[in-house]
Design a protein around this ligand. Structure first.
Ligand code: ZN
Length: 515
C-alpha cells in the first residue's frame, strides 16, 4: 500500500470516505469543494453553526493522510475537551466507517488513540490542544497545522506552534472558527485574507445576493432585493478582500445549508433568533458574521473604510504647505508609562474632509520629554502649522515649554477633557485653556469616522494606530441612564487626532464657539 493517489481531497472524500454508513456526497454542497481542495500557505475558514466545520476538517485531514505517505498533520484546539470531541466524534467515525481506510490504512500494529492516529503508509494525525502556551506541542514535526476555534486562540502562540513545520516541504496553516467581534485572532486573519464570500444569484430578479440577515425569510432563504426564495446552492465565490492575498479566506454560513437534512429552518434560524439573548450570537453563530455588541463605538471596518489616503507623509510637498489650514494634534503619554505614549498628528482640511497626513508615536528614547519638546517645534515649522491643539491633562508644563520654543504662544491651544461640563467646549480664561465635554467631542469624532468625513493614511501605515480607536468601549450606567467612553488600552492617537480636529474647527470659525 505504498501507492500514491493523485486526486483532489474532495474527490477522495466522495469516493472513499463514508459518513454514517454512506459515502460522503457533495451534492447540494458543491461550494465546499474549493475549500477542500485549496492548496495555499494559509487558509482561514469562518463557519457558522451546522455548516460541517469539523467534518470538513476531519475529511481533509483524512484524505491527505491517505493520499500522501509519511504526511504529518497537527490539529490544535484551545481545550482538551474540544480536541477529545473532535477526535472521538469526527475523526474516529470516518476511520471506522470508511472501508478503504479500515482495510488498507490501519491494523492493530499502528497506534489509534485519542491524541495520535497513525496509518500504515507512515502518515500521522496529531490531535492536541493549546490555549495560552505551546509548551505541550514542542518536539513535533509536521507538514500542515490546523487551528480550530481560532477565535479563542492566542495569536502569539501560532508562530511558536508553527515551528513544527520548519523542516517540512509543505508548510500549510489552516484556521477555522466561528467569528466573534471585528477584533481578535480570527477576525485579524480574515481581514488580511481574500475574504471569499458565497454570492447567490436570484432566479427571479437576477440580482446577486451577499448573504446576511436580509436573506432570512420566515420559511427559508429569500432574495434581499425581491423577497422571493433564493436557491443558495447556486452561486459563486467572490473575493471581497485582497484577491492576491496569500491567505485564502472563506465564510460559510447556514443560509448555504438551507436544504441540508440536518438543518431545520424553523428551529435553527427562526426560533433561535427569537430566543437568542442578543444579536451578536445570532450574527456569529447563524450568519457566520462578526458583530461588535455595540460596546465598541468604532469598529475595525469603520477605520479601514477611512484609510483611503496615500502613504504617511514624512516630507510635505509645496501643495501640502500651501494650505493655511494645517494643525498639529498632540496627546501626551505620562512619563514612565509603558502603555500610553505621546502621539503627534498632522491634520489638514481638504475638500470638506479632515485628512490625517502624518502620525508619530514617541517611543523608546524619543518618549523623553526633552526630545518631544524639541521635535514638536520642528514639526510645527516643517509643516507650516497654523495651530497646535494640545492635551492640557498633564498640567501646563509641557505646553508652556512648547509655546516658548515656537515663540508664538497663542498658536498652541490647550484642551482639557471634562466628564461633568455640559457645554461641548468652553473657554476657561483662568487656566488659559478650553474645557471639553469629553463624551460630546468624542461622539462627534466617531460620527465623522462613521460618515467617512475623516481620511486616514493608507491602511498599512495607519494600522499601528488603529488599536487606539478600537480600545474604546462604551460603558453604560443603566441606573443613571448615562454613558461614557472608557479605554481598555492606549488611546493616544485618537485624542491626538481629536485635538488636531478641534484646533481645525477653531481655525475655521475663529470667532464663534465650536458647534
Ligand atoms: Zn430577487
Amino acid at each position: 500500500m505504498a501507492k500514491i493517489i493523485r486526486i483532489a481531497p474532495s474527490q477522495f472524500t466522495e469516493r472513499f470516505l463514508h459518513l454514517n454508513g454512506k459515502p460522503f456526497s457533495f451534492q447540494n454542497y458543491e461550494f465546499m469543494k474549493p475549500i477542500y481542495d485549496l492548496d495555499s500557505p494559509e487558509i482561514v475558514m469562518k463557519f457558522s453553526r451546522q455548516t460541517s466545520k469539523s467534518t470538513t476538517m476531519a475529511n481533509v485531514m483524512m484524505s491527505k493522510s491517505a493520499m500522501i505517505p509519511h504526511f504529518k498533520q497537527l490539529y490544535v484546539s484551545p481545550s482538551v475537551d474540544q480536541t477529545k470531541i473532535f477526535s472521538g466524534d469526527r475523526v474516529a467515525p470516518v476511520i471506522e466507517s470508511s472501508p478503504l481506510i479500515k482495510k488498507h490504512y490501519i491494523n492493530s500494529n499502528v497506534s489509534q488513540n485519542v491524541f495520535t492516529k497513525r496509518f500504515l503508509n507512515g502518515s500521522t494525525l496529531y490531535l492536541r490542544y493549546a490555549l495560552q502556551s505551546a509548551d505541550r506541542l514542542r518536539g513535533l514535526s509536521t507538514d500542515i497545522n490546523y487551528f480550530d476555534e481560532a477565535q479563542d486562540l492566542n495569536m502569539d502562540i501560532i508562530p511558536v506552534i508553527n515551528q513544527s513545520m520548519s523542516r517540512s516541504l509543505h508548510k500549510r496553516t489552516v484556521f477555522a472558527g466561528t467569528p466573534k467581534r471585528t477584533k481578535g485572532t480570527l477576525a485579524e486573519l480574515w481581514y488580511r485574507s481574500t475574504m471569499y464570500e458565497w454570492f447567490s444569484k436570484c432566479g427571479h430578479c437576477n440580482k446577486w445576493n451577499f448573504l446576511d440577515q436580509k436573506n432570512v425569510g420566515l420559511y427559508g432563504v429569500i432574495c434581499r432585493y425581491c423577497g422571493e426564495h433564493l436557491d443558495t446552492r447556486k452561486g459563486q465565490w467572490i473575493s471581497t478582500g485582497d484577491p492576491t492575498s496569500r491567505t485564502k479566506g472563506f465564510r460559510v454560513n447556514i443560509l448555504m445549508f438551507e436544504s441540508a437534512p440536518w438543518v431545520d429552518w424553523q428551529t435553527d434560524v427562526i426560533d433561535y433568533r427569537k430566543t437568542c439573548p442578543n444579536d451578536a450570537i445570532f450574527y456569529n453563530e447563524v450568519l457566520g458574521l462578526e458583530y461588535d455588541e455595540g460596546v465598541q463605538p468604532i469598529t475595525l471596518a469603520d477605520l479601514r473604510r477611512c484609510a483611503t489616503g496615500g502613504p504617511m507623509i514624512e516630507d510635505p510637498t509645496s501643495v501640502h504647505l500651501s494650505s493655511t489650514q494645517t494643525t498639529l494634534g498632540l496627546d501626551y503619554g505620562p512619563v514612565n508609562s509603558n502603555k500610553s505614549k505621546t502621539v503627534a498628528s498632522i491634520i489638514q482640511r481638504c475638500e470638506g474632509k479632515t485628512k490625517v497626513l502624518y502620525l508619530k508615536r514617541y517611543k523608546g528614547h524619543e518618549a523623553d520629554y526633552s526630545f518631544i519638546h524639541s521635535d514638536i517645534p520642528g514639526l510645527f515649522a516643517k509643516w507650516h502649522v497654523a495651530v497646535i491643539g494640545a492635551d492640557a491633562g498633564l498640567g501646563d508644563g509641557p505646553n508652556s515649554e512648547i509655546r516658548g520654543r515656537i515663540g508664538q504662544p497663542e498658536r498652541l491651544i490647550a484642551f482639557r477633557h471634562s466628564g461633568s461640563q455640559r457645554a461641548k467646549a468652553k473657554w476657561n480664561p483662568k487656566s488659559n485653556e478650553y474645557t471639553l465635554n469629553r463624551n460630546m467631542v468624542m461622539t462627534d469624532l466617531f460620527r465623522k469616522i462613521k460618515n467617512r468625513q475623516i481620511e486616514f493614511p493608507r491602511w498599512e501605515d495607519f494600522e499601528p494606530f488603529a488599536d487606539d480607536f478600537l480600545n474604546i468601549v462604551i460603558e453604560y450606567d443603566d441606573h443613571a441612564g448615562t454613558y461614557k467612553y472608557v479605554n481598555t488600552g492606549p488611546d493616544d492617537a485618537l485624542h491626538s487626532i481629536l485635538f488636531g480636529e478641534l484646533a481645525l474647527q477653531l481655525l475655521t470659525a475663529r470667532n464663534t464657539m465650536m458647534g
